[in-house]
Design a protein around this ligand. Sequence first.
Ligand code: PLP
Length: 371
Amino acid sequence: MSTTPEDAGGWLRIDLDAIAENYRRIQSSVARKTTVGAAVKADAYGLGAAQVAPKLQRAGCAHFFVAAVSEGIGLRAALGPDANIFLLNGPFPGSEETLVTHGIIPVLNSMTQISRWATLGQQNRRRMPSVIQLDSGMSRFGLNAHDLGSLGTFLPHLELRLVMSHLACADEPGHDLNAAQQATFRRLRADLPPAPTSLAASSGVFLGPDYHFDLVRPGYALYGGNPTPDKPNPMQPVVSLHIRMVQDRWINPGASVGYGARFIAQKATRIATLASGYADGLPRSAGGRAFAILPERPDCHLPFVGRVSMDCLALDITALGDMPLPAGTPFEVIGHQMPLDSLATELDTIGYELLTSLGDRYHRAYIENSL
Ligand SMILES: *Cc1c(COP(=O)(O)O)cnc(C)c1O
């Protein structure tokens, strides 16, 4: 869906130069020999893989991770033949040929995925490019020590490009599981032939060099999210979201706002109705938790009140007094005054969920001054 700024209920601004800058920041946080890949699954965390992935490619990225086959096919078209595209979830039975057609390299997570992929290689007399995932303690994807014992017959049909695992608690640097997973990863990978290794996503990069291995695979940090939640954000903000006012009114004490009358005014209250709702990715439960900001009045935190509707929400703007506000006035929901991670904390979620929920009714502006 495409829309003009005048028509749209909200404006989403995505700074592609900031994404490239964040790629460089990650590159400078790891050793020169460590490759920086990028997680661009879920349409580059909702920001638009067709715009984001080519920008990362121009910044020097050559390794891209998607979750679904359809994402890999779209990415191949956007990036051309040289990009390495990895399918994190691996192939479902019957999708192997599609991966071959589009040059998508599967992350092989289970013995059944390995057996089907190796069988295809045996039939075609070629070694199949592969990533093997090890389960170092997250119990989600990957092989355990027992699986590795029965891998021998398949290995001759695989060309091992990467051995990887994933950290469950990398955003909690003090968590015991980090060191335990790293040790398990090192122990398990010793049973495989030599190949580059990868363990860290965004937060793992900031656990230090012991976690970097040969390739890191950040997503969230590239998109301006804070990979170190207990410290200031080392990344440059990428996303801002402004939602526009349809109308406003003063209500009397005792008047209710929205479905279920979940907000009752205690005093004379000025309510602004803004033109985005849960269909645009704002949680229905945001009332009483989140704040928006009028850019000219950054000192006023304006609370969401009542239940968020499908296409609109209510803001208590009493703090602005009688300041005139024309229809269409934009309020910042994500941006410099209201960082993505702060909004996520208020909403009891994570910025990842907010980004991947961003709807397609916003007007999207991609900022790019440097190619
Ligand atoms: C999503 C994902 C990443 C990227 O994670 P971020 O926390 O966004 O950096 C890396 N590796 C795997 C296996 C993933 O699923």
